[in-house]
Design a protein around this ligand. Structure first.
Ligand SMILES: Nc1ncnc2c1ncn2[C@@H]1O[C@H](COP(=O)(O)OP(=O)(O)OP(=O)(O)O)[C@@H](O)[C@H]1O
Length: 871
């Protein structure tokens, strides 16, 4: 009786605990999961959201989750273009998740961080490594250009490094499609990387401004400081337009100087083509092979041959089909670049599959795979021997057997939870197991060789266990371990059911010296001898659901435990490791890593289908949009992003030097954001591909027609040229303002074309669904028939928005930036060996809105000073 009472209390306690846990989850502000992803830790921060390291739970692949506020003017643009790229040196976009206020991008994880960080540590990159990295970067840009896309914000901060030290182009927030010979007007980028024609506000060839930025990147990588970067922004711009950088011949070699000089030719028409760059002597031996590979990918893409044609893809598709997945839906999702949960699964599984051969290269795995073959052949010849397999199942608490991966959905149960609901129904039949082993055929091309290796392995591993993933999921068909475990489950069902949920399968060891195995003829003896093979279930079997096996003998095959938390996660792929590996392996690292060979993109050419995207969403996108938008407009949200951002500020010469890794179009101005968003759409609307969005398509030609004349593109920014006119426009727009106050540095690098500040407030106010259906007539309404932008009938907008948006203009913007130039304090400190940047990081950034303009005005020429009074 007393015992029962205790049990009751315990039960109550358990229920309480469980209830409170759930309650805690509901009320917690912390974010632990988004869609199928479990968030581990924050790894970065962008202008409009944070960047997290996360795990895709169904596959246990590490990804980066980048959140962007829906108010981010460039998020549509970024997703639109990025999802179409499939190149080894471009970060892969796996999935998009749209929530009420955010857009989440699941991206390929690049543990090497930014090239900028790497350069900070290295100070200078050795020439050979520069050549390799630069060839990769150029390869990625060449690929994007070949798809008629220009990046427009190429810089060290937007190039990440993967685990192998390969460059990965990222951040496509300013990308747009650009037909050949198309002249663009939107001024965007980062000042120190900007081509002279951009600074002159000429219309420009998008391809050529990317090439200029590449020149700046290469110079900086080699030299350790930037070619044009002065304390005074105006001076920087002047230098870009008029001066040549210095080349220290102790640092640069002749080839690098020749290449950089050609990239940094002031006249854009004289800059080399991407092909010429890749073929340049300085990029030997990397450039040519990267060019070839990119061409192969493009060819396949153009012929729409990318999807589901490789052996690995076919094998994976087969596996999925057999496991009950709707493969048609997956195919459609991938082909249309929906970037929804199905294609997310597909990409990540495919990556896992592509990595499998690496895993199978280990003796352990080869041996196991060889066994698969044994069983396969045994099936053909003597099925009954399978029945003779004497297995000894030992249960352990290491693996949840019942992870539901069907239909791409993860149960998202913790180990604990999944144990509760686990059933040990061995749903796999013997035949399916046997046929599943054929998935390993790829790895057994050379049968005899493998058998030899297997024998060798058995000899060397005498009396040792070897292990394989043993997951119950039917889709784990690629591994013999899985096959064996399932077979065992089937044979020993009763024993399984009577015990716990996890398995440890023991089979008798293989004979040490089995001639039958060596010559591969009488495989039945393998079974009949009843030696022992041990297959220990994978504690995190879901991480290797598709047959990957680890070399480890601990039974914990996964990189992550299910209990991985933000706290206990230990990111072994630290930057320092990267530095080491990059520095020491610069020559070892092949120009084309295996990814290049294996990840021939699966996508077809830019397709009209891509417009018909329906992202996975976990909420009503539009319901609160208006509220969000209104809040934004009212200024309540102003500066929040900048306030939240962690930025290092370098205190140099008594004034702040903001080190920012991000490009910013606008931090807070509702007007600029919204119009910029519309501008994104405007750009999209002008691409060659038709949009199915009938509602807006009719507006497009009109808008396009007026675009050139609308943006004041001919107005020069140079002192004394055209400023009065620009200021007149500004004055007209700000007629109602009496508090002209400039925000600081928020917009440090990026200059937005005037379109961003030309918004019709009323129009915007009524527009509560700009993200997904921006209104092209926003522009039209402002364009008069003459197309002369001086005559534009700008509608007044609030002082706040004016103040914010006008930070884009050069002379209205205080451009704070890291300074890598020889003349800058940053460089002085570096060259004096004071490379401890952290010592210079003295405080967190504030919102920067209350800067004393008079102090800034002292640094700039008279004709560029702020005209607070006149406004
Ligand atoms: N794929 C990735 N792998 C690893 N880290 C990443 C990845 N993507 C982004 N990060 C980290 O997050 C930071 C911010 O990301 P990113 O620059 O893409 O954000 P953003 O919002 O586009 O910023 P910006 O203000 O430059 O536009 C980067 O500096 C980088 O350190």
């Amino acid at each position: 009786m007393r015992n029962l009472k205790i049990d009751d209390n315990q039960l109550k306690e358990l229920i309480n605990k469980s209830y409170n846990k759930l309650y805690g989850q509901f009320t917690s502000n912390e974010l632990y999961e988004v869609g199928n992803y479990k968030i581990l830790k924050q790894v970065g921060e962008g202008s409009f959201g944070k960047v997290y390291l996360a795990i895709h739970r169904p596959t246990h692949r590490k990804v980066v989750l980048k959140s962007s506020s829906k108010t981010d003017p460039n998020v549509v643009r970024e997703v639109f273009y990025h999802r179409q790229f499939d190149h080894p040196y471009i970060t892969k976009l796996y999935e998009i998740i749209i929530t009420e206020t955010k857009v989440w991008m699941s991206l390929e994880y690049c543990p090497g961080k930014e090239l900028y960080d790497y350069l900070l540590v290295m100070r200078r990159i050795p020439l050979d490594e520069c050549s390799r990295l630069f060839a990769q970067i150029v390869g990625a840009v060449y690929y994007a250009h070949s798809l008629n896309c220009v990046h427009r914000d190429l810089k060290l901060e937007n190039i990440l490094l993967d685990m192998q030290g390969n460059a990965k182009l990222a951040d496509f927030g300013f990308t747009r499609e650009c037909a050949t010979k198309n002249q663009l007007e939107t001024i965007c980028g980062t000042t120190v990387y900007m081509a002279p024609e951009l600074l002159r506000r000429d219309t420009y060839d998008g391809f050529k401004i990317d090439i200029w930025s590449l020149g700046v990147i290469l110079y900086t990588l080699i030299n350790g400081s930037m070619p044009f970067d002065e304390e005074d922004e105006t001076r920087t711009e002047w230098k870009i337009i008029n001066e040549e950088p210095d080349y220290n011949e102790k640092i640069f070699n002749a080839n690098s100087i020749e290449l950089i000089k050609s990239l940094l030719i002031k006249d854009p028409k004289k800059r080399p083509s991407m092909t010429e760059i890749l073929k340049h002597k300085f990029l030997e031996p990397y450039g040519e092979s990267i060019l070839e590979e990119a061409d192969k990918i493009l060819l396949k893409q153009r012929n729409s041959m990318l999807n589901f044609n490789t052996k690995t893809e076919k094998r994976l598709l087969k596996m999925l089909k057999r496991s009950g997945f709707d493969t048609q839906a997956i195919k459609s999702s991938v082909q249309k670049r929906k970037c929804d949960s199905l294609s997310g699964h597909w990409y990540l599984l495919l990556e896992q599959e592509k990595e499998s051969p690496k895993l199978h290269k280990s003796h352990l795995n080869k041996s196991i795979l060889s066994l698969t073959k044994v069983f396969e052949d045994a099936d053909e010849k003597n099925e009954e021997l399978i029945d003779n397999l004497d297995t000894n199942l030992i249960l352990s608490r290491t693996t949840s057997l019942h992870r539901n991966t069907s239909n791409g959905k993860d149960t998202s149960l913790s180990n604990e939870e999944s144990l509760v609901g686990a059933s040990l129904e061995p749903t796999i039949t013997k035949n399916s197991i046997l046929s599943s082993s054929t998935f390993s055929n790829d790895f057994m091309n050379s049968k005899n060789k493998l058998f030899k290796r297997m024998t060798k392995f058995f000899k060397s591993k005498n009396n040792q266990y070897f292990m394989a993933s043993a997951d119950q999921d039917s889709i784990n068909a690629g591994s013999v371990g899985t096959a064996l475990s399932r077979l065992s489950l089937e044979n020993k069902r009763k024993r399984l059911e009577s015990t716990e949920n996890n398995i440890k399968l023991e089979v008798h060891k293989l004979p040490e010296d089995n001639p039958n195995i060596t010559n591969g003829t009488k495989k039945d003896s393998l079974i009949n001898k009843k030696k022992e093979i041990v297959i220990v279930s994978n504690r995190n079997s879901s991480s290797r659901n598709y047959g990957n096996m680890s070399n480890t003998k601990s039974g914990n095959f996964s990189e992550f435990s299910d209990n991985t938390s933000i706290d206990n996660y230990n990111d072994s792929e630290s930057l320092s490791n990267m530095h080491f590996s990059l520095a020491s392996n610069a020559k070892v690292l092949a120009p084309l890593n295996s990814r290049l060979a294996t990840s021939i993109s699966q996508h077809s050419q830019l397709s009209n289908d891509t417009y018909a995207s329906d992202y996975s969403t976990d909420g009503n996108n539009s319901s609160s949009h208006k509220q969000e938008f209104t809040k934004y407009r009212s200024g309540k949200k102003q500066n929040t992003t900048s306030l939240n951002r962690t930025e290092k500020i370098l205190n140099v010469y008594g004034r702040k030097f903001v080190r920012r890794d991000k490009s910013i179009i606008s931090t807070t101005s509702s007007t600029s954001e919204i119009s910029s968003r519309a501008d994104s759409f405007y750009d999209l609307a002008t691409v060659s591909l038709p949009t199915p969005n009938e509602k807006y398509s009719s507006d497009i030609p009109n808008a396009r027609k007026h675009k050139l004349s609308r943006f004041d593109t001919k107005k020069s920014w140079l002192p004394g040229e055209g400023h009065s006119s620009r200021n007149n426009v500004r004055r007209r727009r700000s007629a109602k303002h009496n508090n002209y106050k400039n925000t600081v540095a928020e917009n440090q690098f990026v200059i937005q074309e005037e379109s961003s500040i030309d918004s019709d407030e009323n129009n915007l106010q009524s527009n509560n669904d700009l993200l997904l259906s921006p209104r092209i007539n926003l522009h039209d309404s402002e364009i008069n028939s003459s197309g002369n932008d001086d005559d534009l009938n700008y509608k007044p907008f609030s002082s706040k928005t004016f103040l914010q948006t006008n930070t884009y203009g050069r002379h209205e913007t205080i451009l704070k930036h890291r300074s890598l130039s020889n003349d800058s304090e940053w460089s002085h400190r570096m060259s004096n060996g004071q490379d401890d940047i952290s010592s210079m990081a003295v405080e967190e950034d504030d919102d920067g809105s209350d800067v004393d303009m008079s102090s800034y005005n002292q640094q700039i020429p008279n004709n560029l000073k702020f005209e607070r009074e006149s406004l």
